[in-house]
Design a protein around this ligand. Structure first.
Ligand code: PFF
Length: 465
């Protein structure tokens, strides 16, 4: 049952171009900034192990399902879900899934841009020599000064959002391919340089032990939920980003191979980032569980001490900004493409509107680190002590993305008819197809739902665990 749908937004020049773009989306702040601090806050090895299990059991099947739907629908996730639901004779409510994805994209981009702004600021800080031979406390002060200044945060947030919108307005495939092809390997190279430094000057053994010796006493239902959320976040799954990119994928590309490649590259980069950071954390007596400031308090210390550190440090943060940039583009592309399809407006207008909305929501995060550290409104609830940023980060990664991912899997593996699925996946290996279908039908949905129930404590109340 071949479909003849075409994308009005263009195509990738090859399968490799798609792998690059999807890796560009996946590799970003999630690997270098978030993975280390989440591992640090949640006890190290056990978190890492759970994360790897979630990537294999949920990440790869959901990624395949997303690409499958995207390529079949050939439009923005909202329209793809509408068209496919009609084609497969399912309820039209399935396009709510596209809507939830668009919403998640806005919310994530809003804070993603603020954090990318920290990295922009650090290009200037490191480049101007602020960290040369500083002590741990002096380095910490630079970070505290940054996040306590709403003006500075606002400036960088605005700059990053403008940069993102410039690329989105020009159309995704232009420029992105080159950026990913050249800059991602460069970032990887610098991470390797940091690891080499960490081996010589850091407490490498302590770092290895922390990351790879699971201490199961540190596990709790909340930690399991966060490891799962991190897997979805890091692989850009559950909100339609990969579905959108899949809609530009040529028909002859293998979805399974592509998904594996992206998942492996993304995971390797995250683990390497951990290996670069924790030895420095332990050698300098820093707090592994200090939260979102972790890499900003750790890496500059190392750059401040190494030869050529001013140069390498500045380049490192430039590359981190690029990595964040290629991810940010994919966060907003589903919304931008949908506005174009729905209202026939130009790409420029659509980008301006979407960027504007994300920028405004981002103000909440800008003030989360200074004027509105805690939202007083929630003082009497379990949300007490959480900032706007904490709430956004938690709900998007741990609830919206996994929920979106499960619904995508359920649609692809249960509601789509077998011939459509087979036609799109172009199965060459029957066994592998059955493994995917089993994972997507049973393991991913049940696994994610069990983790949700566990985290809200229902399973415990029923004495099931
Ligand atoms: N995967 C990106 C990162 O690790 O930084 C973040 C992200 C991009 C999440 C796109 C979700 C998404 F749809």
């Amino acid at each position: 049952m071949a479909t003849v749908r075409t994308s009005i937004h263009g195509y990738w020049s090859s399968r490799f171009a798609f792998v690059l773009a999807a890796s560009g989306s996946a590799i970003g702040l999630g690997n270098i900034w978030k993975f280390p601090y989440m591992a640090g806050e949640n006890g190290g090895g056990a978190f890492v192990l759970l994360y790897l299990v979630c990537v294999a059991l949920f990440g790869v099947p959901v990624m395949m399902a997303e690409i499958l739907l995207g390529r079949r629908g050939r439009s923005s996730p909202m329209n793809t879900m509408r068209v496919l639901a009609a084609e497969e004779k399912c309820s039209s409510s399935w396009n709510l899934l596209g809507l939830m994805g668009v919403l998640a994209g806005f919310l994530i981009l809003s804070y993603y841009s603020v954090i990318a702004g920290w990295a922009l600021d650090y290009v200037v800080e490191i480049g101007s020599g602020s960290f040369v031979n500083v002590t741990r406390d002096e380095a910490g002060e630079v970070f505290t000064n940054l996040i306590s200044s709403p003006r500075r945060l606002l400036f960088w947030h605005t700059l990053f959002m403008v940069l993102t919108m410039v690329v989105v307005a020009r159309g995704v495939s232009k420029g992105l391919e080159i950026a990913v092809r050249l800059l991602m390997p460069a970032l990887l190279f610098l991470v390797l340089v940091m690891i080499a430094y960490a081996m010589v000057k850091g407490d490498f053994y302590a770092g290895l032990k922390f990351l790879f010796t699971p201490d199961f006493s540190k596990l709790s239902p909340g930690v399991v939920l966060k490891a799962m959320g991190q897997a979805f976040f890091s692989l850009s799954l559950g909100m339609g980003a990969i579905m959108m990119y899949g809609s530009y994928l040529p028909r002859d590309a293998s979805i399974a191979t592509t998904s594996f490649q992206v998942a492996i590259v993304d995971t390797v980069v995250a683990v390497l980032a951990g290996l670069a950071i924790f030895p420095i954390v332990f050698a300098n007596g820093l707090e592994a569980g200090q939260g979102p400031g972790l890499i900003f308090n750790t890496l500059p210390l190392a750059f401040g001490q190494m030869m050529g550190g001013v140069f390498f440090g500045a380049i490192f943060f430039v590359l981190l900004v690029f990595a964040a940039w290629t991810s940010a583009i994919s966060l907003i592309e589903p919304a931008v493409a949908w506005l174009i399809e729905k209202f026939s407006i130009s790409r420029l207008w659509s980008s301006l509107i979407c960027g504007g909305i994300a920028w405004v929501i981002g103000l909440g995060t800008v003030f989360s680190f200074n004027n509105w550290k805690r939202i007083e409104l929630f003082n009497d609830t379990f949300l007490a002590g959480k900032s706007f940023f904490d709430l956004l980060e938690y709900t998007t990664s741990n609830i919206m993305l996994p929920l979106g991912g499960v619904l995508i899997c359920i649609f692809a593996a249960w509601f789509m008819r077998e011939p459509s699925r087979r036609d799109e996946l172009q199965i060459v290996n029957e066994g592998a197809y059955h493994v995917w279908r089993f994972l997507a039908r049973y393991i991913t949905p049940l696994g994610v739902i069990l983790i949700f129930l566990h985290a809200i404590g229902i399973l415990e109340k029923l004495h099931i665990t």
